[in-house]
Design a protein around this ligand. Structure first.
Ligand code: NAD
Length: 493
């Protein structure tokens, strides 16, 4: 297996812009362009200028994709599972072979640094690789019968065609998660690409077809979210809905899904607490915390955001985090020195500015950053806000940007209460030397992913999903596959 995470950048931004692809609708394995479809501009976050147009699907495209998903499901679910597995494994290989081309798209559309883009590509390839393997293990079971002449079987079957909707912060990993999971389970899938970062989803769709996917099993469309979600959820063709995005939109889609009795797989917002107890090695915790906090410019659903630090360690952590945040080099993702790129959009910069302005109004200390960069594009400084109170907006609204809020606590109980006080329950982190404290916290924290003395919240083989208002069902791991499967009990006598 060839890994690409150390691949040198051989391109320039200007060359990458020239190669930015023409984007159409991918239905029945073919890219369809033009034909009077309206377009939206895809914005380059590094300059605020246009990278190119993305066409908007028509109602006819949405219907054609539904018909394709229905026919494609019939073919795909009947294909031998070992053949399906080989195809998914080829996708993993092709993603790695295409790393440079995909990295260009990720850096252009999202602005992330080149090496971070390579990291995302490797994670995406790993998801396909894992799905290829685990998809072969859709084991059922035999239940001994009360009747002497009967066989009782539990079978695992694909749930059916899946409608998928994604947000923009993981242009390759989020579509990969949904496509690889659904296809490994034997489902066909209709994916609406994010209008803000569409090129990666389309490139991925084309890779899957180049690897031999039968026509219609996957469609990738861009277009009006309300039109596409209404069409796809109201149609009897689809049997499950998977969405990654905000809790607000997730609630709408889940209601729509349930109204049509479709399984709602919801991967929603978070505001992850970090509990730091006395006795930890402050510099080690802080160096890695800053790397985790400012990865993807803080636009990560499980990014550490609310740091609760035991009082005698608090001043040291504030000082060290301030110093580390000031060292983060912000710039263009194609510059090898860059450690953090721009935010995705003007909308995200305004949201972060609003949180920081409110923090200042509330009298909190902005010890690092706190300003937009004076240059074109959507750059904001890595920002540390100390002495955050529960009244501040930052303590309540998911920042989804490069801000960390720091607050002291005295007792374990106080720390857990602060951590659990929001309706979110996605990621949570605990740093402590004492095993009993770690153990207690894993029990008491209301979150789908609790990470102790570390920062990595997800791997292809581990389940990832939110509790409370952060979601329903999991992606990744065996649990992620199960979300796309039905159980069928069969009695033979
Ligand atoms: P958003 O919910 O506003 O938008 C997400 C996507 O949904 C966009 O492409 C949007 O066009 C589309 N959308 C809007 N209305 C829709 C509808 N009715 N039907 C179908 N699609 C619709 O979210 P955002 O602000 O763009 O993204 C950030 C949010 O996503 C954050 O809250 C973040 O935590 C969350 N997120 C969660 C995960 C996870 O795995 N839990 C991962 C990444 C991001």
């Amino acid at each position: 297996m060839k890994r690409n995470t150390g691949k040198q950048m051989t391109t320039t931004r200007a060359e990458a812009i020239k190669r930015y692809p023409k984007l159409g609708q991918l239905v029945t394995g073919e890219m369809k362009y033009g034909d009077g479809r309206s377009t939206l501009d895809v914005i380059d976050p590094t300059t605020g200028t246009t990278l190119g147009p993305v066409s908007m699907a028509t109602e006819a495209d949405a219907d054609e994709a539904l018909a394709a998903a229905s026919a494609g499901f019939d073919v795909w679910r009947k294909m031998a599972v070992f053949e399906r597995s080989k195809l998914l494994s080829r996708v993993a290989d092709r993603i790695r072979e295409s790393a440079e081309a995909l990295a260009e798209l990720l850096v252009l559309e999202l602005g992330k640094p080149w090496n971070e883009a390579l990291g995302e590509i490797e994670v995406a390839a790993g998801m396909w690789e894992w799905a290829a393997e685990e998809g072969r293990r859709a084991y059922g079971r035999v239940i001994p019968s009360r009747e002497s002449n009967a066989r009782q079987l539990v079978l695992v079957e694909p749930v059916g065609p899946v409608a998928a909707f994604v947000t923009w912060n993981g242009p390759l990993v989020t579509p990969s998660r949904k496509m690889s999971g659904a296809l490994a389970a034997g489902c066909s899938i209709l994916l609406r690409a994010s209008e803000e970062v569409p090129a990666c989803a389309f490139a991925l769709g084309q890779i899957v077809y180049e690897c031999g996917l039968p026509a219609g099993v996957l469609s990738v469309l861009s277009g009006d979210p309300v039109m596409l979600s209404s069409k796809w959820l109201e149609s009897p063709v689809t049997r499950a809905v998977t969405f990654t995005g905000s809790t607000q939109v997730g609630k709408l889609l889940a209601q729509q899904a349930v109204a049509h009795m479709k399984r709602p797989i919801m991967e929603l917002g978070g505001h992850a607490p970090v509990l730091v107890f006395d006795g930890v090695d402050v510099q080690t915790v802080v160096t890695r915390a800053v790397a985790a906090k400012f990865a993807n410019s803080g636009q990560v659903c499980f990014a550490p955001t609310r740091f609760y630090i035991q009082r005698s360690t608090y001043a040291d952590v504030v000082e060290a985090m301030t110093a580390e945040a000031k060292k983060v080099v912000v710039g263009c993702g194609f510059d090898p020195a860059t450690r953090m790129g721009p935010l995705k959009s003007e909308r995200r910069v305004r949201a972060v500015e609003d949180l920081v302005n409110d923090a200042r109004r509330c009298g909190l200390r902005v010890t690092a950053g706190g300003r937009r960069l004076d240059r074109p594009g959507f750059f904001y400084e890595p920002t540390i806000v100390a002495d955050a109170t529960i009244e501040a907006k930052l303590s309540n609204i998911e920042p989804f940007g490069p801000i960390a809020a720091l607050t002291p606590f005295d007792t374990y109980e106080e720390a857990i209460t602060l951590a659990n006080r929001l309706p979110y329950g996605l990621g949570a982190y605990v740093h402590a030397r004492d095993f009993k404290t770690l153990h207690r916290a894993t029990v008491d924290l209301e979150a789908g992913n609790v990470i102790c003395n570390g920062w990595r919240a997800t791997y292809p083989e581990t389940p990832f999903g939110g509790h409370k208002e952060s979601g329903m069902f999991s992606e990744g791991g065996i649990e992620g596959l199960r979300a796309f499967q039905n159980v069928k009990y069969v009695s033979l006598s």
